[in-house]
Design a protein. Structure first.
Length: 144
């Protein structure tokens, strides 16, 4: 048994296969799943697991060098979660308890462009989140 970290076997396997520059989508339960992109579907019911909880778990194992979110998320609850985890402010909003502040500039594109971008991802992680625009595209980095 693992001591900690990600427990979902499918998610562990998918994360371990990622390389520098690969894209990972972490999505709410409503974002269309792109054809041909492997999906790890964690959704149980609306709200479980949460977008914030899944992001926090992933960030314990994944090196991220870039983040893209929908422009429509700015000023919304989802945008606060994203900025709290990735932005330079590191916890400007309550964001559900993250406050990692990785110091990355969050790139913003239209929601339609984010959906198109998700089709180029190596992994799509579906959460149970039911909050509008709770979606990000993460670009993998390296730990050295």
């Amino acid at each position: 048994m693992k001591r900690g970290g990600l427990l979902n076997a499918q998610l562990n396997e998918a994360i371990s296969r990622l390389g520098h520059g690969d894209l990972v989508v972490v999505a709410d339960c409503g974002l269309p799943q792109p054809v041909g992109v492997p999906v790890v579907d964690l959704a149980v019911v609306h709200g479980l697991p949460s977008f914030a909880g899944v992001l926090d778990a992933l960030l314990g194992d994944l090196v991220v060098e870039g983040v893209t979110a929908a422009a429509e998320s700015r000023g919304a609850a989802a945008g606060e979660v994203i900025e709290a985890r990735f932005g330079a402010g590191g916890g400007g909003g309550d964001g559900g308890g993250g406050g990692l502040g990785l110091g990355l500039e969050v790139a913003h594109v239209s929601h339609e462009e984010l959906k198109r971008l998700s089709g180029t991802a190596r992994l799509f992680v579906r959460t149970g989140e039911a909050t509008p625009f709770a979606n990000v595209v993460l670009r993998c980095g390296v730990p050295f």
